[in-house]
Design a protein around this ligand. Structure first.
Ligand SMILES: [Zn+2]
Length: 264
């Protein structure tokens, strides 16, 4: 798969003697977690993996050259059982996903490193990364960090409805791929599903409500899209890639300097 990770930041391009020579106390390793799953009629299965790699690569480009930060190869397969029933979705169970993250955390610790980031671009993995960040902190003494791939970028110019419920293959993801991999976007095949309305005060919604129900995509979004890709443009994508990469670089820098903040 295409990668945007700068070669000098690609952990797997190092040999073991180079890894041995890295400053173990300060080096920040990043484990990307993503997905291979349906993204409607118009985006590829690898959308979350491509976006993860793209935003991380652009963020890493912004870090000072002498800061030791490296990206591990991503976990491309995530917990995607919400998209089961759509051909092409490749899901692993929560237990499998957590076992892989745990074993890689063990390997990071065994290699002598102290700091690991879980860098996620797929919603279905978020709860598992919450659990695993704390478990790896407790079990191996690693300083654990986690973040969403866009680093908390607000994307203010996306409308309120799309910002809340454009969760999947909507304006944001479609714009990012129109900018980065336009050949992988079928602009003739857009579909629209909104799974809830931000202006309606129902108590019970699938997400972002006082009470929620456990949803499968096929229950609430027949085409697999949650959101509206129609307003997507490559120009927006370029802008949002820059915004997300800037936020992600700030977050990674804060993780790198964590000890200084907390005087550990
Ligand atoms: Zn996605």
């Amino acid at each position: 798969m295409h990668t945007w990770i700068p070669e000098e930041r690609n952990f797997a391009y190092l040999n073991w003697k180079q890894v041995e020579a890295l400053p173990k106390d300060t080096t920040l390793l990043i484990l990307p977690t993503a997905a291979i799953e349906q993204h409607g009629h118009h985006l590829p299965l690898a959308t979350d993996t491509l976006i993860n790699n793209l935003l991380l690569g652009k963020a890493l480009e912004k870090l000072p050259k002498d800061v030791p930060v490296y990206a591990l190869p991503p976990i491309c397969y995530g917990k995607s059982n919400e998209h089961i029933g759509f051909p092409g979705t490749m899901s692993v169970s929560a237990a499998t996903f957590m076992a892989v993250v745990r074993d890689l955390g063990a390997s990071v610790a065994a290699s002598g490193f102290k700091k690991l980031v879980l860098y996620n671009s797929h919603g279905g993995n978020s709860a598992l990364n919450d659990v695993m960040a704390r478990d790896l902190r407790a079990e191996f003494g690693l300083r654990m960090f986690q973040m969403g791939a866009s680093g908390g970028a607000k994307f203010e110019d996306i409308g309120a409805q799309e910002r809340a419920y454009g969760l999947h293959a909507g304006e944001l993801e479609t714009s990012l791929l129109l900018a980065a991999t336009p050949k992988l976007v079928d602009t003739s095949a857009y579909t629209v599903n909104y799974i809830a309305d931000v202006t309606k005060p129902e108590v019970l919604k699938p997400e972002f409500a006082p009470a929620t129900f456990a949803w499968l995509t096929r229950d609430i979004a027949p085409s697999g899209v949650m959101g509206d890709p129609n307003p997507a443009t490559a120009e927006k994508g370029e802008r949002w890639i820059e915004e997300a990469a800037t936020h992600a670089a700030v977050a990674l820098t804060a993780m790198f300097h964590y000890e200084n903040h907390y005087k550990l």
